[in-house]
Design a protein around this ligand. Structure first.
Ligand code: GLP
Length: 233
């Protein structure tokens, strides 16, 4: 596990773009993509540079259940707004939040993932340690599945909605095993709100209570942060 600390968020995102461009230049074709506030500045930077993903394939980590792709808080809409409309990929996949049969949808998405090894997986992290929408307690062996969101996750994401009541209660997410199959993982953790959870991951706790702690076992992961080591800790 490689950790790089930067003195500003700006530097974190510059480095993240650099790593993505280098991965692409080295032949990465299949990218696992993430959403959330953390990724917005990253996609803004990517939109501004001369990089072409038109021969690449993307898979998003997750999608809310019950929101159609056009709903402005769906992750399909987020990806279109923040990245795809400027930097289209050859093919882009997300779970279908309106699927009539959740079991069929998770099987469909997992099967697609198993047909396409992820060369590069981008990850944010929830304050409770979730990756994708794999909440605390999720098995490290999990594949794509339907989750009931933790109340703290709905609370954290309520800032994007009119009120917490509008935040969906369920989501589809790649499983932890699905994520860990990626050849390379880039985790971005910026801002004080992520300090505690990042410290737990860096302390090499390995527990399903902190889903991101599984990443300590990944052979090729880089973590970028603007958080400095606390003195006297
Ligand atoms: C969200 C997403 C995750 C994201 C995380 C952190 O709910 N499902 O993929 O990494 O929680 O979000 P943020 O970057 O807004 O803090």
């Amino acid at each position: 596990m490689k950790l790089e600390r930067f003195s500003s968020k700006e530097d974190v995102y510059t480095r993240a773009v650099d790593l993505i461009v280098k991965a692409k230049q080295s032949g990465a074709i299949t990218f696992g993509l993430a959403t959330g506030g953390t990724m917005e500045p990253l996609y803004a930077k990517i939109r501004e540079i001369d990089v072409d993903f038109s021969n690449c394939i993307s898979f998003n980590l997750d999608e809310y259940v019950g929101l159609c792709a056009k709903h402005e808080q769906s992750y399909a809409c987020y990806m279109d707004q923040h990245l795809f409309r400027n930097k289209p990929f050859k093919e882009s996949y997300l779970p279908n939040g309106l699927a009539d049969h959740p079991a069929e949808e998770v099987a469909r998405y997992e099967s697609l993932l198993q047909q396409h090894t992820l060369d590069f997986q981008l990850l944010g992290i929830g304050q409770n340690g979730h990756i994708g929408f794999n909440e605390p307690g999720t098995s490290f062996d999990s594949l794509t599945h339907l989750v009931t969101l933790a109340q703290s996750t709905r609370q954290a994401n309520a800032r994007f909605f009119e009120s917490i009541d509008e935040v969906p209660t369920q989501a589809f997410t790649m499983g932890i095993q699905s994520i860990m199959r990626a050849k390379c993982i880039l985790l971005i953790a910026v801002g004080e709100a992520k300090r505690d959870v990042l410290e737990r991951v860096l302390a090499s706790e390995y527990t399903e209570d902190v889903p991101a702690s599984v990443l300590t076992k990944h052979p090729n992961i880089i973590i970028l942060t603007d958080l400095q080591e606390e003195e006297n800790s």
